[in-house]
Structures are given as C-alpha cells and as structure tokens.
Design a protein around this ligand. Structure first.
Ligand code: UD1
Ligand code: UDP
Length: 389
C-alpha cells in the first residue's frame, strides 16, 4: 500500500509558519507521506530551531545545510542538493511556500524532474523586480503546477500573466493558521511583561529588506527616526542578523542600542514575537508577514517600502506604505485615533491548511477516505497531479 509522497520545503524564518499548519493538517491524512525538507538558509537557533519548537514541528527529515551566500550560491546550492535528494528518493508532489531563494530553487528542480510542484502563497506581486523575492515569485508561478493563492489580487495577477485558471485555487492566508493554532500560547507567553511593556504603550519594529538596511544612508536615516520616535513611544526592535551585521559595519550600532526606551533585542521565536505584536499600539516594519498579521489583528502597520506585494493589507487592512520621514506624522495620526480599523480579508480564517488538503485530494480525484479508503490508497501512488504534463 503506497501513499502519496509529499515534500514540504522550508528554508528561512517566514517559511516555518507557512509550512507548520500544512504539516499538521497533512500528517493526519492516511493517504500521504510527508518529508519535511529544510534547506538551511536560516540556521541561527533563533532564526530556525526556535520556530520548529514553537510550531511543534519535528526535526526535518532532510537538512540540506546550504547556509548563507550570494543569491546565485544559495539558489545553485539548494538546486544541487535537492536534485540529489529527489533522484535518491523521488517525491510525488513538492510543496514550496513564500518567495525565498529555496522556493525558486526547489520549483526548478521539481519541474525539470517532471515532479508536480505546488506553490503556497502564489500570485503576490510587488511589481518591483529589484526585490529578489519578486523574481522568485514570478519564476516559481510561471512553472509550478498548482498555485494556491491568499487573495483575489493574487488570482488576478496570475490570470493576467496567462496562467490557466484551473491551476489556481484560492485557499486564503496560511500565516493566519499558525496564529490561530498558537493563539493561546501567544497570549500566555509573558514576553511583553518580561520587557516591562504596557499593552498598547509601545511599538514593534522589524527591518531586514536590503533596500532599507544594506546601505549606510537609508539605514542611518531610519536609526535617526527610530531614536526620535522612542522618546515618545517606547520601541522594541528584534534585530534580524542581516540588519545587525550592517548596523555594526556602518558604526550605527551604539546609536541604536544606547537610545533610551528603544529595546534592541535578539530575533524572537514566533510565540514571543506575536505576543509583542498583539499588545502593540502599532508596528513599523518592512516584513511581508508582519503586514498580514497586523491586518488580521487590526493593529496599525507602517511599512517602510515603496511597494507591497500584499495590497489587500492596504485596501482592506491597517497597513500604509511610508518613507522614513513620514513615520512621525503617521504615528501622530495613529495616536490621535485617525487610522482605519480595517477588516479581516476573506479566507484569512485559520482554515487555509484544510483547504489546501482538500484541494490536493480534489486534484487527485481522491474519494473521501471515510467512503472508500482502499480506493484512495491504491489510486494515490501512481497518479499524477492534474495540471502537470
Ligand atoms: C531572507 C529572504 C527574504 C526573507 C527573509 C526573512 C531570500 C532572497 N531572502 O532574507 O525574502 O524576507 O529571509 O527573514 O531568500 N544570517 C545569519 N544567521 C542566519 C541567517 C542569516 O547570521 O541564521 C545573516 C548572514 O550574514 C546572511 C544574512 O543574514 O548573509 C542574510 O541572510 P539571507 O538568508 O541571505 O537573507 P535574508 O535577509 O535573511
Ligand atoms: N517573526 C518572529 N520573530 C521575529 C521577527 C519576525 O517570529 O523576531 C515572525 C513574524 O511572524 C513574521 C515572520 O516571522 O511575520 C516573517 O518574518 P520576516 O519578516 O523575517 O520575513 P518576511 O515575511 O518579510 O519574508
């Protein structure tokens, strides 16, 4: 009796909370067998292992150990290692998530080996190809077989690019599944009190986009703004390793770390981080995930970018794109209560993993297990996912 062999690919911090709900949903299914693959792009304990433990993921079945490097090095090294793994032990379906280098690399490997690839969080577009993630998104969606989207704008982007509609299923936002799965532990985390912060009396800051942190000019401008803002509203800033490295290299670290009421902390695990976000008056960020989490939670979000691939957080949520100099007036508006409350986008409801599971079964034309378990099991092993030539 053979089961459908599914590889779930994770590489970097934002992948873990996208893979975890799907892992937990699929693990319950008797018709599939999972292989959890970690490419090793993020490797510090608080960028990787902490998320496995917070999100109750087991150790990866396969660790490719790729680590840091240039885009070409990372992409090529993942391709080499993952191709070997697929040849040695071929999956029936590869699931990639998000928009990191491994998303692209594993999609290319799967497609060239004629293994069906499904992309979770497909169709998002910033239309800024200077963002490495935009290139990853475009290439992945051009060749993947199944495109699971979070919002109507993503469907429209794919259709406009000529993707056949039958490849697309709107499943909602998988990040929200992780939040809902962990909600009780997030509420009980105590991180806010450990840092001595009052609910609603501080802001959370995250920054790691190359456009903000890789050159001294923009990073210095942001540090100046943040030190000024902290004098009015305490800030807590879990520092991404890329940002820390650059702050140190540009001699900006003391200015940030010694500013009063600016709590510079190590990157936090998911549960502690979300505990801080849930109690924040607002967030200042360039993260993709934080734009979505704050929209779901109804917390004002100031995004230090000129574009977003998540426009629904602007049209329906609490997000606004700002420059460094627009931060202070925007914070004034928030504190004065002049900020949209937003609403939760459709299908951002904690049930995305269940919809993905149902979609895999539909595409495999698997009868409900309760009705005909034997037929399911015998059919699943040899079938190709429709949509893959
Ligand atoms: C990557 C993703 C980005 C995502 C971000 C989430 C790509 C192209 N970029 O960017 O889309 O938003 O993760 O956090 O895939 N480093 C450490 N320890 C680690 C990991 C990284 O010290 O565990 C340092 C290294 O110096 C490394 C640098 O951070 O060179 C950047 O890491 P990298 O994974 O290349 O890119 P991110 O900026 O993390
Ligand atoms: N996050 C976390 N600890 C931190 C910073 C972020 O747990 O110190 C979580 C948070 O849920 C966020 C997610 O990691 O949505 C994605 O992080 P990141 O900003 O690194 O990636 P992006 O979404 O920009 O690709």
């Amino acid at each position: 009796m053979q089961r459908l062999r599914i590889d779930l690919i994770a590489a970097a911090r934002p992948n873990f909370m996208k893979v975890a709900p799907l892992f937990h949903a699929l693990r319950e299914q008797s018709w599939c067998h999972l292989r959890l693959v970690h490419t090793g792009q993020h490797y510090d304990r608080n960028m990787s292992e902490a998320f496995f433990s917070d999100l109750k993921l087991p150790a990866p079945d396969l660790h490719l150990g790729v680590g840091s490097g240039s885009h070409a090095e990372q992409t090529a090294n993942v391709m080499l290692a993952y191709e070997g793994a697929c040849v040695a032990d071929r999956p029936d379906l590869i699931v990639v998530v998000g928009d990191v280098n491994a998303t692209l690399a594993c999609t290319l490997v799967g497609t060239k080996l004629c293994i069906p690839v499904a992309h979770l969080e497909a169709g998002l577009r910033s239309r800024d190809r200077r963002m490495p993630e935009e290139v990853n998104r475009l290439v992945t969606d051009a060749v993947a077989d199944i495109l699971w989207t979070p919002s109507p704008d993503a469907d429209a982007n794919l259709v406009a690019e000529g993707v056949p509609p039958e490849k697309i299923t709107r499943v909602g936002n998988i990040m929200i599944d992780s939040y809902e799965l962990m909600r009780e532990r997030i509420d009980a985390s105590g991180e806010r009190s450990r840092l001595g912060l009052e609910k609603g009396g501080y802001a959370v800051v995250t920054l790691h986009r190359p456009s903000n942190v890789d050159a001294p000019g923009p990073l210095n401008a942001l540090v100046s703004q943040l030190t000024d803002i902290a004098a009015r509203l305490p800030l807590v800033f879990p520092i991404h390793p890329r940002t820390r490295k650059n702050l140190e290299a540009f001699g900006l670290w003391p200015k940030l770390a010694e500013a009063p009421d600016l709590h510079v902390v190590e990157p936090l695990g998911y549960v502690d981080f979300m505990n801080l976000v849930c109690g924040a008056r607002l967030t200042i960020t360039d993260s993709g995930g934080v734009q979505e989490e704050t929209t779901y939670l109804g917390i004002p979000c100031l995004t230090l970018r000129t574009t977003t691939e998540r426009p629904i957080t602007l049209t329906e949520g609490t997000n606004r794109l700002v420059t460094a100099t627009e931060l202070v007036p925007a914070i004034d508006e928030i504190i004065a209560g002049h900020w949209p409350r937003g609403r939760k986008p459709q299908l951002w409801d904690g049930h995305t993993a269940a919809r993905v599971t149902a979609d895999i079964r539909r595409r495999l034309q698997i009868a409900p297990l309760a009705v005909n378990e034997e037929a399911v099991v015998s059919a699943s092993s040899s079938q190709h996912v429709p949509g893959n030539a």
